[in-house]
Design a protein around this ligand. Structure first.
Ligand code: SF4
Length: 384
């Protein structure tokens, strides 16, 4: 059985690693692009979630390259994620694809159910073998998150614009190609050193003057640069260090692993719930609750501002965005919500980002704190 799946940031590297390690033949679809988006938009209901449309484009790309089955992560309500898999399967059937859909549902502590599907997928490999492959995949995922965090710190301070992106890409390739845990760790450590080497010592001394923004929102939009129109790169060019509220390794540990393996994340999760409680006291689907709780935590941690990103019509994030102005007022932290879809124009997004960063810089200056001068920063549109 030849398997394909959808992209979401660096997740493809991990899925490919795990499946190939278990002897499954994999077809990686082309990276999300205007072409795959157009395909997804053409074949999906108009008001389907933006990530669903991009996933359909990816699945078609994989199936056209010879895949016989599609693997996807399922979800639970109350939002549309609860029937995402069925809608996607029907769309592919209507298009004439006779593929198998294998949906890996969040186990909510029931690892056996998830592993049973993984075993089916891998031709009944022993669970110990499956677990070894998953652990190796998670090692790569943590390494990739570490590289992304190093990139986010270096971007606003790099000596030659764009160089750090190349260095980061090579480091990601090294991690992707690493054959064992030791090689993964070595590639990650060398990658972080190379990324840090792109920053001049004088600029590194400027670190405290860099504006810091927290990125919260729907997980796909936070993680997939094509979907969020390269938000992190644009903000980096504007001299801003971006920290995602949730990195992929956190998300996988929270949603796909049983409790004993995600203790650290659970601590953060309960902090997030407590922080959100004055504004939102229950789960509303997706990352709605996390967006509110993390916005509170990030502002307490001294971030200059919060950017909230979500797909147009995303129910959980609409709930979050209606509460974030109150968070902003109470904690005095600027928050900007961006709802994006296939119609979002680059010029409008660039203007909003530049205005928001300008506001953050003025606010920091008004508070009497150091901030890098505009001349040391670039524009949100450059080189993307
Ligand atoms: S979280 Fe938002 S984008 Fe994701 S399935 Fe639910 S409604 Fe759609």
């Amino acid at each position: 059985m030849i398997v394909t799946f959808a992209h979401m940031g660096n997740l493809w590297i991990v899925v490919k690693t795990i499946l190939e390690d278990l002897g499954v033949e994999v077809v990686v679809p082309p990276r999300p692009s205007r072409k795959s988006l157009d395909l997804g938009v053409r074949h999906s209901p108009e008001f389907a979630c933006f990530p669903l449309k991009l996933n359909i484009g990816d699945f078609i790309g994989g199936l056209e390259r010879g895949a016989e089955a599609v693997v996807m992560v399922g979800g639970v309500g109350p939002c549309r994620l609860g029937h995402y898999a069925q809608v996607q399967e029907q769309i592919l059937r209507d298009l004439g694809y006779r593929c198998e859909m294998i949906v890996l549902e969040p186990p909510r502590g029931r690892l056996a159910e998830l592993l049973a599907k993984v075993r089916y997928l891998t031709g009944n490999k022993p669970l110990g073998r499956v677990w070894r492959a998953v652990r190796f995949g998670l090692e790569k995922l943590s390494a990739l998150d570490t590289l992304d965090q190093a990139l986010a710190r270096a971007r606003p301070l790099e000596r030659r614009p764009g160089r750090v992106e190349d260095v980061h890409r090579r480091a990601v390739e090294a991690v992707a190609g690493a054959a064992d845990v030791r090689a993964v760790r070595r590639a990650a450590a060398e990658g972080v050193r190379a990324i840090e080497g792109c920053v001049t010592p004088e600029a590194a001394g400027d670190g405290a003057a860099v504006l810091r923004v927290g990125l919260v929102g729907e997980i796909y939009m936070v993680e997939e640069p094509f979907a969020n129109q390269e938000l992190e790169r644009r903000l980096g060019r504007l001299g801003v260090e971006v920290r995602r509220a949730v990195y992929l390794s956190d998300w996988v540990r929270t949603h796909l692993l049983p409790n004993p393996f995600r203790l650290r994340r659970r601590c953060r999760a309960s902090l997030v719930r407590r922080a959100a409680a004055p504004y939102l006291g229950h789960f509303v689907g997706g990352e709605g609750l996390v967006s509110v709780g993390e916005s509170v935590l990030l502002s307490r941690e001294g971030y200059d501002g919060v950017i909230h990103v979500a797909p147009f019509t995303c129910m959980p994030e609409i709930v979050a965005s209606s509460l974030l102005p109150e968070v902003s007022r109470d904690l005095g932290v600027p928050v900007m919500s961006l709802f994006l879809d296939e119609h979002t124009a680059e010029a409008g997004l660039v203007t909003r980002l530049e205005a928001f960063v300008d506001l953050l810089a003025r606010r920091r200056a008004a508070l009497g704190a150091g901030v890098r001068p505009p001349a040391a920063r670039g524009t949100a549109g450059a080189g993307t």
